[in-house]
Design a binder for this molecule. Structure first.
Ligand SMILES: Cc1cc2nc3c(=O)[nH]c(=O)nc-3n(C[C@H](O)[C@H](O)[C@H](O)COP(=O)(O)OP(=O)(O)OC[C@H]3O[C@@H](n4cnc5c(N)ncnc54)[C@H](O)[C@@H]3O)c2cc1C
Length: 461
């Protein structure tokens, strides 16, 4: 029996944040492209990440504000949460996005959409559903999934991840979240506001350990003020079945202390989807954790194979994956030699109030040894925040004392996820911070305070 080999100009594995726009670029250039998806179209962001969580953040925020109605001059009576409707809204938004990605791909001329699990057979062939595809250019966009750590009891108890929690249409009585970083904190506030008791169990000495201590502390206070329990320094986490759910052990010593929860959510990091991809048959190198090793233009060690998005370990966000697409596409189609190292770190943590971050942390700046100036302002002094009744958090900006360029900034406060772009764009322009000081900003906004803060810079000690 002879097996047919289907030839394409390019093969893309995965329909995350980089694959579909790249397919579109190939199709627009009248090149043949095959794109393969084994799960839901749109990948993590659309189905189990950004879109559904931010939809739930919106429900949780509305519920939270309704509970504060008296402060704003209205009464709602007891706020009753219909979790099935919260889920239905979330599902509708996510499904709309996923269907949109699928329809977009299927509508592209010269793009072949294949559903199934793709695996390399050689450096230029991929097998999917017994079909062999061949191309000189192959792009891997397989993303990552929730890590399941080998902790004692993990195989004996049920647990949730960011994917499986999307399917539940009931409110956990007491949700214990293992992991006090970005994903864990968002779910913690969502479920607390929906009505669950919530405990965060974190191994490290503080929440979001990659952030500066003042940010970790302020975030902790925001969450605790809403009744979220936080257990830090949980050195030896274990899970055990008990009558009403799961007991989460916190120390290596005998017996309690432990937290008894009705449900456990694991939010302890991500694992790239690369172990079942046949990377060895293609000769593609990955690091110890499974991240595909790429150069500054996202090419792997095998010419003709690129890795984009979370699976290359160079970013863990939708915008970093999309930026990977832009880098690859511009190098390929526009001869514009863009590099990963050109991009400036930027992201948001979508608790309420949100944290917008760009550039270096204070700790990274100190380590760099630069002479640095810093300015900080509590949100309670921002009139827009005061007017809205949302005064938690602060903003801070660090600048290089010599070049006057912005080195890093954090805005933990109402609108922080949007306002941070004022600073980010000035960083990309490589302009001095004094540009912002001379700009006329709109009143009343959070951003209008940036010129004022920059006028109060002091040495970072
Ligand atoms: C709870 C949560 C909230 C998040 N919130 C945000 C946020 O607010 N903002 C933000 O920027 N980022 C957020 N992220 C991160 C963001 O979702 C990811 O960084 C982003 O989705 C990465 O996209 P990607 O392109 O790498 O691949 P993915 O979106 O993960 O897609 C990979 C696709 O490849 C498919 N695939 C895998 N292996 C194969 C194979 N062998 N054959 C065929 N198909 C395969 C998968 O099924 C999947 O559809 C969040 C993540 C989580 C978990």
């Amino acid at each position: 029996m002879t097996t047919t080999i289907n030839h394409f100009d390019a093969i893309i594995i995965g329909t995350g944040q980089a694959g579909p726009p790249l397919a579109s670029r190939f199709a627009s250039a009248c090149r043949s492209v095959a794109i393969i998806e084994r799960g839901k179209f749109g990948g993590t962001c659309v189905n189990t990440g950004c879109t559904p969580t931010k939809t739930m953040v919106a429900s949780a925020y509305a519920i939270h504000l309704a509970r504060r109605g008296a402060e704003y001059g209205f009464a709602t009576g007891d706020v009753h949460v219909d979790i099935k409707k919260v889920k239905a809204r979330k599902d509708a938004v996510a499904e709309r996005s996923s269907r949109g990605v699928e329809a977009w791909l299927r509508g592209m001329p010269s793009c072949t959409v294949i559903q199934g699990h793709a695996r390399f057979q050689s450096p230029n062939t991929v097998v999917v559903n017994d079909e062999i595809l061949q191309a000189d250019k192959i792009y891997i966009n397989v993303g990552a999934r929730a890590s399941i750590p080998e902790m004692p009891g993990i195989h004996d108890v049920p647990f949730l991840t960011n994917s499986s929690i999307m399917d539940i249409d009931f409110l956990p009585k007491h949700l214990v979240i293992v992991g006090g970083s970005y994903v864990g904190l968002e779910f913690a506030q969502i479920y607390r506001r929906l009505g669950s008791e919530v405990t965060i169990v974190e191994m490290g000495p503080r929440l979001i350990g990659r952030e500066d201590e003042d940010i970790s502390q302020a975030v902790r206070e925001i969450l605790e003020a809403e009744g979220i329990q936080i257990r830090l320094n949980a050195k030896c986490i274990s899970l055990e079945q008990h009558d009403d759910g799961v007991a989460v052990g916190l120390t290596c010593e005998e017996g309690p202390p432990e937290v008894l929860g009705s449900h456990v959510l694991l939010a302890v990091g991500r694992t790239p989807n690369t172990s079942d991809l046949g990377l060895d048959l293609a000769g593609v190198s990955a690091d110890k954790r499974g991240y595909i090793i790429v150069d500054d233009q996202l090419q792997t060690n095998v010419p003709g194979i690129w890795a984009l998005g979370d699976c290359n370990g160079r970013g863990a966000f939708t915008h970093t994956s999309y930026n990977d697409y832009e880098i690859v596409a511009d190098n390929l189609f526009n001869a514009d030699r863009r590099r990963v190292s050109d991009r400036i770190q930027a992201y948001a943590l979508y608790i309420d109030p949100p944290l917008g971050r760009c550039g270096m942390t204070d700790a990274e700046i100190r380590k760099s040894g630069r002479r640095t100036l810093i300015a900080k302002l509590p949100m309670s002094q921002v009139s827009r925040a005061y007017e809205k009744g949302e005064t938690k958090g602060f903003m801070k900006v660090c600048v290089d004392a010599e070049t006057k360029q912005i080195l890093g900034a954090a805005i933990l406060g109402v609108g922080g996820d949007e306002v941070i772009h004022v600073l980010l764009d000035v960083m990309y322009a490589k302009a001095a911070y004094t540009v912002i000081e001379r700009a006329m900003h709109i009143h009343p906004t959070v951003a209008e305070y940036l010129p004022g803060i920059l006028g109060k810079l002091e040495p970072l000690v």
